[in-house]
Design a binder for this molecule. Structure first.
Ligand code: FAD
Length: 440
């Protein structure tokens, strides 16, 4: 049994965009009183948004990875590597494949997504993705081969997918690269998506998002197929449920996501393995368990002809991490402030070669009562690409320094984009998609 000799332990499963900032925020709140332990199945932190560039061979994987043992030593975290297989919430124990048993006072689950490639026959075998380091490296090898003999390119998302930004980014960056190499004339490019219109991105009605994104697709000569349900892939063809077929020398199709297997095995998730949570990020049924990031349940309010999921962008995930850490510190009596909820207001920078589009939604989940947001807009320009690069460098810098969501970042988001990341919670017992989000 892995026990701590401090007053208690807060254990975080997953060292990704949610888990690592959560660990830093917790360390800052809890000081030396509590052990903050990070447990992950990978020895590296990976900045997932950078995997698109890895897939296209623009940067090596090492540029967006950090060594977890080094970071943990430097910032006073306990680091454990292991693949979680089961949680016993009654005994407050986490069991790993490697045989570790780790106890906890509070548990934060930030284990991200499992890729549901099995839901579309042939997707895992013949389609590429850039959702994890392994897939991005395989996508890159195949991309280099494709460039030797370019034919048809299909980029898209499977039914139920919720993460469309990376599909647009891969699509338009691939188009840009083919143009740079003088190969674009040889390649027919098709974008196939369950979104009801181009620029929907799983976040309906962001002001100007459809207009700007559609115009860019037209300008780049990309055929778009919306409301499409990809039904299967063979080595050179992508099939839709309605019988249409598209030749593909290379396909990059984002799968739908589900929660990690151990969540289901431990009886903690919904039918897709996502954690049901309260506005405080606390598990609906377990007061010592919190959920952060892609692993939590967020319902898609837009009922589209082909089902889509809810995007959980990096900034939403970080805000959840900050709130979970704050609320655990409140529960432990270490800070004396109201419980908080993430507002889920977010900005997403999408890089498209010689231009980019920033999508801003405040909040991403519209008010379930009025169906409205505080505001939303999309803006286009080369500055978006610079902002994206600057953000990536900044993010990796702050992870090296042991900072979660520092005050100057929150201030910057407020002053530059009018975004506020959290607010005092209105009703701790209601699910986040059932209550209006406060914007005070
Ligand atoms: C290709 C791509 C591009 C994206 N681009 C953007 C972007 O430009 N902007 C943006 O805002 N968002 C972007 N996103 C979304 C963003 O990357 C996610 O919101 C974010 O990574 C989610 O963080 P997370 O902590 O929930 O999951 P992750 O970052 O995936 O971390 C999950 C962690 O859990 C660990 N883990 C999983 N299972 C286990 C287990 N059984 N035991 C132990 N550890 C486990 C993993 O090893 C990992 O450390 C992108 C997503 C993708 C896929």
């Amino acid at each position: 049994m892995h026990k701590t000799n401090q007053q208690g332990r807060v254990l975080i499963i997953g060292a990704g965009l949610g888990g690592l900032p959560a660990a830093y925020e917790l360390k800052q709140h809890l000081g030396a009183q509590y052990q903050v332990t990070l447990l992950s199945d990978s020895p590296k932190f990976t900045f997932i948004p950078g995997l698109i560039q890895v897939g296209l061979g623009h940067i090596p994987l090492e540029h967006i990875q950090l060594d977890m043992a080094t970071l943990s030593r430097r910032h006073g975290l306990e680091w454990l590597q292991g693949k979680v297989e089961l949680i016993n919430p009654e005994q407050r124990l986490v069991m790993t494949k490697e045989g570790q048993q780790i106890d906890y006072d509070y548990l934060v689950i930030a284990s991200g997504a499992e890729l549901a490639t099995d839901l579309v026959p042939g997707l895992g075998e013949y389609g590429h993705s850039v959702c994890n380091p392994h897939h991005a490296l395989a996508a890159h090898t195949a991309w280099e081969e494709f460039l030797q003999n370019p034919t048809d390119l299909v980029v898209g998302a499977a039914p139920g997918a919720g993460c469309f930004g990376p599909a647009y980014e891969f699509l338009l960056l691939a188009d840009w690269e083919l143009r740079q190499k003088g190969l674009r004339d040889q390649v027919k490019i098709t974008y196939i998506t369950p979104e009801p219109y181009i620029g929907h991105l799983g976040i309906a009605e962001v002001h100007r998002a459809q207009e700007l994104t559609e115009e860019l697709m037209r300008f780049r000569g990309i055929e778009t197929i919306t409301n499409a349900a990809i039904a299967g892939l063979t080595p050179n063809t992508v099939y839709l449920r309605d019988g249409r077929a598209f030749a593909s020398g290379y396909s990059m199709i984002l799968p739908s996501f589900r929660g990690a297997k151990f969540v289901q095995a431990s009886g903690l998730g919904n039918e897709k393995g996502f954690l049901p949570i309260l506005p405080t990020q606390r598990h609906r049924d377990h007061d010592r368990i919190y959920g952060v990031g892609v692993s939590v349940q967020l319902e898609q309010p837009d009922k589209t002809p082909v089902p889509i999921g809810m995007p959980k962008s990096g900034q939403m995930v970080e805000a959840m991490a900050m709130v979970a850490a704050h609320n655990i510190a409140v529960e432990l009596g270490i800070i004396h402030k109201p419980l908080e909820t993430p507002t889920l207001e977010a900005i997403c920078f999408a890089e498209f070669g010689n231009t980019g589009i920033a999508y801003i939604a405040a909040p991403v989940v519209a008010d379930p009562v009025t169906g409205k947001r505080r505001y939303s807009y999309a803006a286009q320009g080369i500055w978006v690409n610079w902002a994206k690069i600057a953000f990536e460098l900044y993010f990796l810098w702050k992870m090296r320094l042991g900072l979660g969501l520092p005050w100057f970042e929150k201030l910057g988001l407020r002053l530059l984009f009018g975004l506020k990341l959290s607010s005092p919670v209105l009703s701790p017992q209601t699910s986040p998609t059932q209550i209006p989000v406060t914007n005070s």
